[in-house]
Design a protein around this ligand. Structure first.
Ligand code: MF3
Ligand code: CO
Length: 291
């Protein structure tokens, strides 16, 4: 349950002000929603300005790793080479690749090609071909703070159908970002993302989604992009989470590779795309921390 402090105590946010002059009204607002049965975040999960600054430092490395991939990716390159670029860039800048050894994941980033939905494992055997689309998903730990983002790359001459999937998926993420408003619900955002995919004849993966992020790699809440308006957790300033819809050209069903227990594929083997940002909810919308 979300609780209040004593009015004359120092505020929990670290401002140095008395609680009654700082976050008391904010807490009352959250408690008002909680009393109506709305799921609300725990106070300990909210990020202060000093936390946001540290996530941004971590994100600088994450974005530099993706920039380094963008500068060199192309047909003939293996996904292991992508992993090497990510790991070297991250470590040179003082960061740690968060995926490496996370739940026994063996590499420093995820590389998911065509019908691979997510969690593709970089390998010397997977060589990028002309016409492929690939998601490269990077996450960085710096000073204990986590950043997380992913981008799509087009390899050579990509078909119009696949280019449109990649473009619409980016629009889905952008529509989600614009739907982030404090005191609205995560389902308001998720349903906006879903609707744009449906309007374009696509489907959205249901079982895997976004997550809180910052203090840990994956924190509550689970963030769905097939949710309904007026449902799911209340969005409040200081909440940090990812928007990372996986959009399928065909049906939404997926399966996990039985051999490696990681790589997720579309059941109909049609292409899938994903873009990911990490953001913080602000007083009037959100701020992108990592992209
Ligand atoms: N970066 C992915 C995400 O967006 C998670 C990858 S899990 C890993 O949540 F173990 F594969 F790294
Ligand atoms: Co993520």
């Amino acid at each position: 349950m979300y609780t209040k402090l004593n009015r004359n105590d120092p505020c929990w946010c670290g401002s140095g002000k008395k609680y009654k002059h700082c976050h008391e009204a904010f807490d009352e607002k959250i408690i008002h929603f909680e009393r109506q049965g709305v799921p609300v975040p725990q106070r300990s999960s909210l990020k202060k300005q000093s936390d946001i600054d540290k996530i941004k430092k971590s994100a600088e490395i994450n974005m530099a790793a993706l920039d380094a991939v963008a500068a060199r990716i192309g047909a003939g390159m293996s996904t292991l080479e992508i992993d090497t670029i990510v790991e070297e860039t991250t470590r040179r800048m003082g960061g740690i690749p968060a995926p490496l050894n996370y739940k026994e994941f063996p590499k420093s980033c995820c590389t998911s090609i065509n019908d691979q939905v997510c969690h593709g494992i970089p390998s010397a055997e997977d060589i990028l071909q002309d016409g492929d689309i690939i998601n490269v998903d990077c996450s960085t730990i710096l000073d204990g703070y986590f950043s997380d983002s992913s981008r799509m790359f087009l390899i050579g001459d990509v078909s119009a159908e696949k280019r449109r999937l990649v473009e619409v998926t980016k629009e889905c993420m952008e529509i989600g970002i614009r739907a982030v408003k404090p005191w609205m619900r995560l389902g308001d955002m998720g349903s906006a993302v879903h609707q744009h995919a449906l309007d374009n004849g696509y489907s959205v993966v249901r079982e895997i989604g976004g997550h809180g992020c910052g203090f840990e790699f994956h924190e509550d809440p689970f963030v769905s992009y097939v949710s309904k308006p007026g449902t799911e957790m209340l969005m409040v300033p200081g909440m940090v989470f990812t928007i990372e819809p996986m959009v399928n050209m065909g049906k939404d069903e997926i399966f996990v590779d039985e051999e490696n227990d990681w790589t997720v594929y579309t059941a109909d083997r049609m292409p899938s795309a994903q873009w990911e940002v990490e953001l913080v909810v602000t007083e009037d919308g959100c701020e992108i921390l990592c992209s």
